[in-house]
Design a protein around this ligand. Structure first.
Ligand code: NAD
Ligand code: GDD
Length: 363
C-alpha cells in the first residue's frame, strides 16, 4: 500500500475517482512511448501506465538510466538524445502513442539564466513530430507550459486566471515560453497539414515526490521545502525567499498532472488547454504551508536580486471543466504534506550516507 494514498484520500476534495481515466476504451497492448521518462513527470507517467496494465511502455531519456528519477524494469528503457532526428525515429519505432515530456528546463533560477538551452528543446519536438508523421503514430501529446501566456496579463499578484486565448497576441516568457509557444503551434500545423493527431496541455507549476529539489533546476515548492528542512536539520530558523513573497502562483500536484495528461491525450481537444490548479497563493502563503508540513517556524529573509518571473499566474479551468468535467482536485496542503515528507526522507538518507562514508574505514 502507498502511504500517499491515505493522506490524499482523507480529504473529500481529493475524491478517488471510481471511473477510469479515459472516456473510451484504451487498448493496453498499444505501444506507448514516454519521452523524458527519466525526469519528474515522465517517471510518474511511466509508473501510472504500468499500473494500469499497459504492457508495451517504452521509456526514453537523454540521461543514462542510472540517473533517472524513477526506473521500471518492466518498461523498455532507452537512453537517446532526442534532439537528433535519427534517434527520434528509433524511439518511435512501432509506437501507437507518444508523450513528449522531454525538455531542458527547470524553475525560474534555470529558465532565466539558460534561455538558449531552453530554446534548443525545439529540436526535440520538431524531430519527434517529423517521426510521428512519417511513422503513422496514432496520437501525439506535447507538454506545453503556462509560460506561453502574455506577460502583460501577469504583471500583478492579483492576477486574472489565464484562459487559453490569453496566449495571443504573444508575449511569452523570454526563451523557454517562446519555445513552448512555437512548439505547440507546430503541433497544430502538423495536425492540420499532415493529419497527425496532436494534443497539447499547458501545465501550471507541477510539484510532488521525485521532483528536483536541489541543483539549480528546482521550482519554488521543492526549493522552499528543501530550505525549510535544511533550517530544521541545522537548528537555524532562517530561510531566504526569492522576491518579496507577495508574488502569486497556483501549484498542481503530480498525480493530477499525470491523470489530466492522459485524459487530454485521449480526448477530442485539439487546441492547447490549461492543466493546472486554480488555487492561487502568494509565495508567502506557500511558505506557511511548508512550515506546517515540515513542522518548523521560520525567520524569513527576502532576496530581491534573484529571478522572480511574473508577478502573478493562475489557471482558468473553465475550458477543462467544460471539456472533461474534471479539474485537478488535490489541495496544496495535502499535496505539500506528501511532498515535504518525501524530500525530508531523501535529505536524511543522503546525510546518513555522507556521514557513513566520511567515517568508513578504508579496506
Ligand atoms: P524534468 O526536467 O524532470 O524532465 C525532463 C526530462 O527530459 C529530463 O529527464 C531530461 O533528461 C529529458 N531530456 C532533456 N533533453 C533531452 C533530450 N535531448 N533527449 C531526451 N531527453 C531529454 O521536467 P518535468 O518537470 O518532468 O517536465 C516535463 C515536461 O513538462 C517538460 O516539457 C516541461 O517543459 C513541461 N512542464 C513542466 C512543468 C513543471 O512544473 N514541472 C511546468 C510546465 C511545463
Ligand atoms: N525556484 C525558486 N526557488 N523560486 C523561488 C524561491 C526559490 O528558492 N523562492 C521564491 N521563489 C519564487 C520565484 O522567484 C518565483 O517568483 C516563484 O517563486 C515561482 O518560481 P518557480 O516555481 O521557480 O517558477 P515559475 O512558477 O515562475 O515558473 C515555473 O512554472 C512554469 C509553469 O507554470 C517554471 O518551472 C516554468 O519552467 C514552468 O513552465
Amino acid at each position: 500500500p502507498d502511504p500517499r494514498r491515505d493522506i490524499l484520500s482523507s480529504n473529500p476534495r481529493n475524491r478517488v475517482e471510481a471511473e477510469s481515466i479515459f472516456q473510451g476504451d484504451v487498448d493496453t497492448d498499444n505501444t506507448v512511448v514516454v519521452c523524458g521518462a527519466g525526469g519528474f513527470i515522465g517517471g510518474h507517467l511511466v509508473a501510472d501506465l504500468l499500473r494500469q496494465g499497459f504492457n508495451q511502455v517504452r521509456a526514453v531519456d537523454i540521461k543514462p538510466p542510472n540517473q533517472w528519477f524513477q526506473k521500471f524494469p518492466q518498461a523498455d528503457n532507452r537512453s537517446l538524445d532526442l534532439r537528433e532526428k535519427e534517434n527520434c525515429y528509433r524511439a518511435l519505432e512501432n509506437a501507437d502513442h507518444v508523450y513528449n515530456l522531454a525538455a531542458d528546463m527547470g524553475g525560474m533560477g534555470f529558465i532565466e539564466n539558460n534561455k538558449a538551452l531552453c530554446m534548443l528543446s525545439v529540436t526535440i519536438n520538431t524531430h519527434l513530430l517529423m517521426a510521428a508523421r512519417d511513422m503513422d503514430i496514432d496520437r501525439y501529446f506535447y507538454s506545453s507550459s503556462a509560460c506561453v501566456y502574455n506577460q502583460e496579463l501577469q504583471d500583478t499578484a492579483d492576477v486574472e486566471p489565464l484562459s487559453e486565448e490569453d496566449a495571443y497576441p504573444a508575449l511569452a516568457e523570454d526563451g523557454y515560453g517562446w519555445e513552448k509557444l512555437f512548439s505547440e503551434r507546430m503541433c497544430r500545423h502538423f495536425r492540420e497539414d499532415f493529419g497527425v493527431t496532436t494534443r497539447v496541455a499547458r501545465y501550471h507549476n507541477v510539484y510532488g515526490p521525485f521532483g528536483t529539489y536541489d541543483g539549480g533546476r528546482e521550482k519554488a515548492p521543492a526549493a522552499l521545502t528543501r530550505k525549510a528542512i535544511e533550517a530544521k536539520l541545522s537548528g537555524s530558523d532562517d530561510i531566504v525567499i526569492w522576491g518579496d513573497g507577495t508574488q502569486t502562483r497556483s501549484f498542481m500536484y503530480i498525480d493530477d498532472c499525470v491523470k489530466g495528461t492522459q485524459k487530454i491525450m485521449h480526448s477530442d481537444i485539439t487546441e492547447p488547454i490549461n492543466l493546472g490548479s486554480d488555487e492561487l497563493v502568494t509565495i508567502n502563503e506557500l511558505v506557511d504551508v511548508i512550515e506546517q508540513a515540515v513542522e518548523v517556524d521560520l525567520d524569513r529573509e527576502y532576496d530581491l536580486t534573484k529571478p522572480q518571473g511574473v508577478d502573478g499566474r493562475n489557471s482558468d479551468n473553465t475550458k477543462i471543466l467544460e471539456e472533461l468535467g474534471w479539474e485537478p482536485p488535490t489541495g496544496l496542503r495535502d499535496g505539500m504534506e506528501v511532498t515535504a515528507e518525501w524530500i525530508e526522507q531523501q535529505m536524511r538518507t543522503h546525510r546518513e550516507a555522507e556521514t557513513t562514508s566520511r567515517f568508513a574505514v578504508p579496506h
